[in-house]
Design a protein around this ligand. Structure first.
Ligand code: NAD
Ligand code: UD1
Length: 317
């Protein structure tokens, strides 16, 4: 039986990945310190799923897991301090998790029979690139400590791949959205915030939907179900190794258009307030996904389908 370790498995993307791994017949061990993740995100009482509450920076826990499970096939490494503003406010703390934690995990599996180490990287490695859509070969110039740590981890993965025979795949996620994304922080994903506001508006609250800037900035929004499918596909593809992939749909949507789509789905016409652009906001962002197209992977969803699935879930809550 295939065995997978998912760090950050109780988080937004991680919990979807756990479901996909289980659906593929994997036995799954989740390692999560529940700093932003929740145990309730994981399927309860599921056979083949083991939850370990612990920190990726804790050497002892990593050795315990690797010792108890010498037959782990895949490590999906998603645990991270994901807030960019927080990583800027506390660079050393973020570095300890996002880089040192990743290195400890690689080191734990050096010399093991691991088939692949799959790393959740970010489009933040590019910084404010002028190349849109941006290919993986574009210059990387992160503008945040978060992006710099993700990029440094990619470099180490390549070195562990080449020098120590630890196969890896790194996926640079663009803007991921879907069920279980937490809208409660001002830095939450824009889709979760817009749905939250549109629902409040539907309930008669007058709080406006805020657009920072003129709303013409673009993002490449990708539904979490496709991210989870891609991660498992790339893990299980024997031929794919030592490669970095962009993970987006390759399509740009303006924030204003997104607001219209969400209000239409929810059936409301909320007040929209335009505020000053956010400091450091990237103007245009989209993935060049030619590299992903060299594999047999096919997306199962689209932005509109993902928005509909998310809306169906929110309606039922
Ligand atoms: P999330 O906060 O929901 O998930 C992160 C998980 O990691 C949480 O469950 C948290 O409790 C856990 N965690 C954090 N620090 C830990 C530690 N030291 N030890 C053990 N567990 C720890 O965020 P997410 O959006 O699901 O992000 C998952 C991954 O995807 C992250 O690596 C993030 O950098 C990357 N990513 C996300 C996006 C996006 O659009 N959401 C974009 C680019 C990259
Ligand atoms: C995203 C990631 C970040 C990553 C970056 C670079 C999330 C939550 N953040 O940031 O980790 O480093 O990509 O690739 O996925 N907006 C509004 N109104 C709101 C909220 C946001 O207009 O209420 C705008 C923002 O100003 C921005 C756009 O919507 O222009 C997207 O914002 P957000 O979802 O926070 O993601 P990014 O800033 O792209």
């Amino acid at each position: 039986m295939t065995k997978s370790l998912v760090t950050g498995g109780a988080g937004f993307i991680g919990s979807h990945l756990v479901e996909t791994c289980l659906a593929h017949g994997h036995e799954v061990i989740v390692l999560d310190n529940l700093s932003t993740g929740k145990k309730e995100n994981l399927p309860a009482g599921q056979t083949g799923l083991q939850f370990v509450e612990g920190d990726i920076t804790d050497r002892q826990i990593l050795h315990q897991i690797a010792g108890a499970h010498p037959d782990i096939d895949y490590v999906f490494h998603l645990a991270a301090l994901v807030s960019v503003p927080q990583a800027m406010a506390e660079p050393a703390r973020a570095h300890a998790v996002n880089f040192d934690g990743t290195l400890l995990l690689m080191e734990t599996f050096r010399g093991s029979a691991l088939k692949k180490f799959i790393f959740a990287s970010s489009s933040a490695v590019y910084g404010d690139t002028k190349t849109v859509p941006v290919p993986e070969t574009a210059a990387t110039q992160p503008v945040s400590t978060y992006g710099a740590d993700k990029l440094m981890a990619e470099h180490y993965l390549r070195i562990y791949n080449d020098a120590f025979n630890l196969p890896f795949v790194a996926c640079r996620f663009f803007n991921v959205f879907g069920e279980r994304q937490d809208p409660s922080s001002p830095y939450s994903g824009v889709i979760s915030i817009f749905f939250d506001r549109a629902l409040a508006c539907r309930n008669g609250e007058r709080e406006p939907l805020v657009i920072y800037g003129d709303g013409q900035q673009t993002r490449d929004f990708i539904y979490v179900g496709d991210v989870a499918n891609a991660l498992v596909f790339l893990a299980e593809s024997g031929a794919v190794r030592g490669t970095v992939f962009n993970l987006g749909y390759g399509k740009q949507t303006t924030v204003a258009e997104l607001a219209r789509k969400i209000m239409k789905l929810v059936g409301v016409d909320c007040d929209v307030e335009f505020q000053e652009p956010r400091a450091g906001d990237i103007r245009y962002s989209a993935a060049d996904i030619s590299q992903l197209h060299t594999t047999q992977f096919a997306f199962a969803y689209s932005l509109d389908q993902g928005l509909q699935l998310l809306w169906r879930c929110l309606k039922g809550m």
